[in-house]
Write a protein of this length. Structure first.
Length: 751
């Protein structure tokens, strides 16, 4: 059976909606113009007949934010995006938002708060979820707001806002925050519980209650008193405007949590460095005391964070869909990880028959249509990635004419997209502060889905071009448009007024989100984690090739962080995250509420397993860190598939080669004559990948190099060290085991 590859994040819902309503008319400004960027340009209005963000019925929407936040670039594709992107006309509040350990949903009366601790297995056993269920609702007496808006946000916190004319409420929530910090006016603090609460502690303005088996502490201003009447708990605020609540890991934690109840979190910020093969990141909260002088706080770390920190942790823990969260008593913590090496291509080896590789390369370069009819952003991107991977391989074997032909194809197609006014272009939406490619695909326009997936291929292809033609990549030429795409998908700047900081990458969750609006009961989702890391790897290569250390180091931070998240939350590498009742060793999709053994477009196991591998590039080497997980993953594939892969066999052979090159080589030798490459693959690349790893051995993640473009391979106890030097002078790369490698200018060397 042949399956047409579709994109994640709402693809199924989108297809139904588009069939029903069409794309709708363009809402273009009266005076449209093209905005020049170096040799390229983008438009400031959408092409005729296309659409920007809409509701599910096709009605155009603008960001749902307060006046105070009106001019701030909105980070769509976040865990809380439904607050600001109203996907459904009948819900002006939000869909469930998964902060972890708490879950939330905005309603007319305030903020539902839950702490799901028991997973449900749904979807015929294919999905586990800790679904949002309200234990209580935080609000004000009489509050009946017509909507909820986003009032403020930071790297992993957000402040929803309610107003009904007489009362206003703001509540700051976030990843890892056991507290909800509320500020209200016009009414008493009101907590409505799902059932009559059991009171386990009562000290006037501090109340401990148990609801649905979960323990909460309520904190009102000093001098006030909580009153319990059935399932309603109220407290007057007096002359103050603040109150808070916390979910407690146990009742005996009340004294510790009380200490920080009035130290309100006002912001969150990550900072990172990538140097000498190590990526360090510090996650910091800013606080403001509402009474007293305490400015510390408590925060719960995800598994991918506490595995990589040496900072002190308390004995307190929480349940979450990502496994156990551990509590730190501090406003900051720091993680440290080995960087994940990225190579423009696997190095030259004796395992590759050059004549055979030339034949495969000629097939691609000589095709009547090397882009296979692609017109939209996603499929064009796939084709760009496919061709870009072949350029360094042609160079390796001295096929300079083929190399230059491929580079010409890449430049020509990139320049088409990077020039406004043609059949394909990028268009800027000033309301949403986003750059969308048209023709769009899979909701990249109407839902702002998947920009990081689509644009990863453009940046990757541009990075390969930059490796060979620095003039083309200059800001004054075509590099300016590459950087504009990067600003949309992964902007490192918090002061850029045109694009948000790191649109799709959730720095605390450790991975990206695919849906622009997050409008699902299960929260946000990401299917193809590997297309997300394709952008990170592309940033490493682009930054290295153009001398942009900021973008290079951003790529290293994103890749190292998401690599750990993928290992834990998609592949359950330590077998400590997935519930035992789930019955799967891998997830095709991660949701805010859990994970699923599925894709958006098919239940075929080959795609479920392969979608978090493709595209296979020199940025895929990080997957080799968890070789046992790869073996479990592929064993499950064959169980679910009823035998070896048939459709995406090349992707899965390449995946196997990261753990067992000889096994992958045997499969390639037996089956290479009779298969059709996956749309982003070619026989040239698959042959080169498998034959090279068979010769050099699987990647050895226990040794790292002092530059991002480096890797180590190991076979039979013998290590091969590889590094690429993008600079104009020779340099020495030092590896963590003390080995040094001299690399000539603008070349790859091995030892």
């Amino acid at each position: 059976m042949s399956v047409s590859r579709a994109r994640p994040a709402s693809a199924l819902i989108l297809a139904t909606a588009l069939a029903a309503v069409g794309l709708g008319p363009a809402a273009s400004p009266a005076l449209a113009a093209n905005v020049p960027v170096g040799s390229g340009s983008y438009s400031d209005s959408r092409p005729a007949g296309t659409s920007g963000p809409t509701t599910n019925t096709g009605t155009p929407v603008t960001p749902k934010v307060t006046e105070a936040a009106r001019d701030q670039p909105l980070p769509t594709n976040d865990w809380w995006s439904s607050l600001a992107f109203q996907r459904y006309g009948d819900n002006p509040y939000s869909t469930p938002m998964y902060g972890h350990p708490l879950t939330y949903q905005a309603t007319a009366g305030g903020l539902e708060v839950g702490y799901p601790t028991t997973p449900a297995i749904v979807g015929d056993g294919r999905q586990y979820e800790y679904a949002h269920k309200a234990d209580l609702t935080l609000g004000l007496t009489g509050l009946n707001s017509p909507d909820t808006k986003a009032d403020a946000w930071s790297d992993w916190t957000v402040t929803p806002y309610w107003s009904d004319g007489a009362r206003t409420l703001r509540a700051t929530i976030g990843h890892g925050l056991p507290f909800v910090y509320a500020k209200g006016s016009g009414g008493d603090a009101r907590i409505t519980t799902a059932a009559a609460p059991d009171v386990f502690a009562d000290d006037g303005n501090v109340l401990g209650i148990t609801v649905a088996g979960h323990h909460y502490a309520l904190f009102a201003p000093s001098g006030s008193d909580w009153a319990v009447s059935g399932s309603t708990v109220t407290a007057g605020l007096g002359g103050a405007d603040y109150f808070s609540l916390a979910v407690l890991p146990s009742t005996d934690a009340l004294a510790t949590y009380r200490k920080y109840a009035y130290s309100f979190v006002t912001g969150s910020k990550v900072s990172w460095s990538a140097e000498g093969g190590t990526v360090r990141a510090t996650y910091s909260l800013t606080t403001e005391p509402q009474e007293g002088t305490e400015t510390g706080t408590l925060q719960a770390l995800y598994r991918h964070q506490w595995l990589n920190t040496t900072d002190a942790l308390t004995p307190y823990t929480y349940v979450s869909p990502r496994g156990t969260m551990k509590v730190r008593e501090s406003a900051s913590f720091t993680t440290s990880q080995a960087s994940s090496g990225v190579l423009p291509a696997l190095p030259k080896s004796s395992g590759v028959d050059q004549a055979r590789l030339k034949g495969y390369l000629d097939e691609v370069a000589g095709a009547a249509d090397p882009f296979s009819g692609a017109t939209d952003t996603y499929w064009t991107g796939k084709a760009l990635g496919r061709l870009a991977q072949l350029v360094p391989m042609a160079d390796q074997i001295g096929e300079s004419a083929t190399r230059d032909k491929l580079l010409g194809l890449l430049k020509s197609r990139l320049e088409e997209w990077f020039t406004a006014g043609g059949a394909s272009e990028f268009s800027y939406d000033k309301d949403w502060k986003t750059l969308t490619g048209y023709p769009a695909s899979y909701g990249s326009d109407t839902e702002l889905n998947d920009h990081h997936f689509h644009y990863s291929y453009y940046v990757y292809a541009a990075a390969i071009v930059a490796q060979y033609d620095q003039q083309w990549a200059a800001d004054s030429a075509w590099g300016g448009m590459v950087k504009t795409l990067i600003r949309d998908a992964a902007n490192p700047s918090r002061t850029d007024t045109a694009f948000p900081f790191l649109r799709g990458f959730d720095v605390y969750a450790g991975h990206s989100w695919a849906s622009g609006h997050q409008g699902f009961a299960a929260g946000n989702n990401q299917e193809s984690s590997s297309e997300s890391t394709n952008l990170s790897a592309a940033l490493v290569l682009w930054g290295s090739a153009t001398g942009d250390a900021e973008l290079r180091d951003l790529g290293s931070y994103l890749l190292a962080t998401e690599s750990e998240a993928i290992a834990q939350y998609w592949f359950d590498a330590d077998e400590e995250v997935f519930p035992s009742s789930f019955g799967h060793d891998t997830a095709g999709m991660v949701w805010g509420s859990g994970a699923a053994y599925s894709t958006w477009w098919t239940a075929n196991p080959e795609e479920i397993h392969g979608i978090n591998v493709l595209p296979v590039t020199g940025g895929s080497l990080h997957l080799a860190r968890e070789k046992a997980a790869i073996q479990r993953n592929l064993a499950e594939l064959e169980r679910e598939n009823g035998g070896p892969a048939v459709e995406w066999r090349d992707i899965l052979w390449e995946f196997e080669a990261l753990a067992d090159p000889a096994g992958a080589k045997a499969k390639w030798d037996a089956g290479n004559a009779g298969y059709t490459p996956e749309a982003g693959e070619s026989k040239a690349h698959t042959y080169h990948w498998i034959a090279t790893l068979d010769a050099l051995g699987a990647p050895d993640a226990t040794v790292t190099g002092s530059v991002p473009a480096s890797a180590v391979f190991s076979k039979g106890g013998v290590r091969t060290y590889a590094a690429h030097n993008f600079e104009s002078a020779a340099r020495t790369v030092t590896f963590s085991d003390g080995t040094t490698l001299d690399v000539p200018a603008r070349s790859t060397a091995t030892k």
